[in-house]
Design a binder for this molecule. Sequence first.
Ligand code: SF4
Length: 357
Amino acid sequence: MKKPAEQKLALRRVSKQIQIGDVKIGGGAPVVVQSMTNTDTRDILSTIKQIKELEEADCELIRVAVPDMEAAQALKKIKKGIKIPLIADIHFDYRLALAALESGVDGFRLNPGNIGDHEQIKQVVLAAKERAVPIRIGLNAGSLPKEDSNVKKPVFQRMVDAALEQVHLLESLDFDLIKISLKAFDVPTTIAAYKSIAEKIPYPLHIGITEAGTPRTGIIRSSVGIGTLLYLGIGDTIRVSLTADPKEEVVAGYEILKSLNLRQHGPILVSCPTCGRTEVDIINLAQQVEAELQKIKKPIKVAVMGCVVNGPGEAKDADVGIACGKNRGILFKNGKQIGVVEGKGFLQALMGEIEKF
Ligand code: SF4
């Protein structure tokens, strides 16, 4: 695939680097794509099966919910059955954190402030430190500490203040393997919170829009929020939260990164929006090509265009493409015509060129 466009993003904020298993986060490492299982963690086989499917989709980190001790102990077998680093999502009970560590997790998401008293937090933090397991302080707008009725602060500010308090708590225990997230459903609030904290702490940031919704709206909401932050140089790992199969989160995550030229991952499909010049069913053809491209891992830019007059020109930076007229398609490579397809075998002809590329 050609070099990405000349236009540069803002310089990326360079954070301290941490490592979750063998995956580096921050400090100039590529932005990491992660997801979360939606199986019952106690159902070890189903959880491993879902994580294996996510590995196939190139998910790089996986988080699982740990609602009770049985789930915390199940992590041991889950960890043995998967390749990517495993992160335990823990709330309220410090004993679950200790058990998850015993099970060999590579990272935690928790709020130190809600898992117990100082002595209990200390136990968890010291155990994580001993094993060099990072902790993500995961703050959501919906679960902020109670507001002081005398001081009115914007939500983003309250999120930042609460996160800083947690950061200071970990630092006071001489722990710095920290990652932070500050998610809200409201996109401007999320952006303001991350922009503010990015200037105040040296740690890597996990970015996302929480409870973003079903794919139709959730991908848009997440793309606007995550995309804006990444464009500003903020964010070291992303999760697109969707009410959907977690594989869709991974696909959407890579599409966001690809659209900003931050990662290469599989093919990119360019397709024309169709117009009054279109003489064939381009919508159907583009959908078929998209389905075929899902089986391909190589980075290649493919164009499906709806007319032979403007098509090749409009898609001139595609690697391979087809511009379709009535019963006639022009195949092009790097914007130049390389052949003509007569009849209706557009899909086969295009896929043949992609395979050769
Ligand atoms: S490529 Fe042709 S058919 Fe497609 S939008 Fe452009 S002019 Fe219209």
